[in-house]
Design a protein around this ligand. Sequence first.
Ligand code: SF4
Length: 300
Amino acid sequence: MKITNKHNLPQTIVALASREFYSKGDADYSATEIISPPRIQRLRKRHYDEIEQDVSEMLWSMLGSALHVVAERSVIPNHVNEERLILNVNGVRLSGAIDLQHEQPDGVVISDYKFTSAWALMNDKPEWEQQQNIYAYLVEKVKGKKVKKLEIIALVRDWSRREAMYKANYPQAPMQVIDVALWPLEKTEAYIIERLEMHRDSKVSADWGDELPPCTEDDKWIRETKFAVKKEGRKTAVRVFDNQQEADELLATLPAKDKGFVEIRKGEPVRCTGNFCGVNQWCSQYQAYLAEQATTETQE
Ligand code: SF4
């Protein structure tokens, strides 16, 4: 990966950003790799030397690494910090670096630190649940210890005291402990095997030069199209609907003097369009989406 320095930050910061704090050790896959879509993983591997990232955009990943280094220094009885576990699953070495294990007489509590946004805390994050359950599986299988609880220690990057006062569901503090559902071991095992097979198949496709498996709608973080009923001269919508019919029905009830109209807020695959996967320029699936959009716009 090429690290750029567009904002002329000191070399100390650039050197820190260039350091790899995370390694999956002597393993084929890490827990975070197998929960990620195979297409993204393969494209990242294929184009690793071409991917560019600016130091200025690495603030939160650097702070994340810093937190792990500081947390490692904390010594509390029965707290195990930053332990890497590796397990052989059907001939594949799977690893997980667990931030914190609190060993209690009736089982282990696994905690994971996450720098995250307030929005993320107000919405589902299935990948947190998947990752934490893989860790639980590793602890049970490698250390032979029962896991009794999973949790995320969320550090909310954009927390606002004002929003906390007025918005429903908004996190009430900038640091929160979030409970995560603990799956039965059999469910986690089936999930791990399924994901490992998906990644193995996509590696074979990549090695043979075949088309990679497509990202699913969930993988692409699809934002659905919305229909906002608005009034002329008013910034915010009267109401936003998931379908045109309901929007049209409300519009029909507005007095003519309001000059109401329906604004279509087109849905999109946010992970692709925002390049949150980091590989959209090499992705044939995304290029096909762009071509389709261009054709639709020409027809409209
Ligand atoms: S651009 Fe979209 S479809 Fe392509 S790898 Fe990224 S997330 Fe998947």
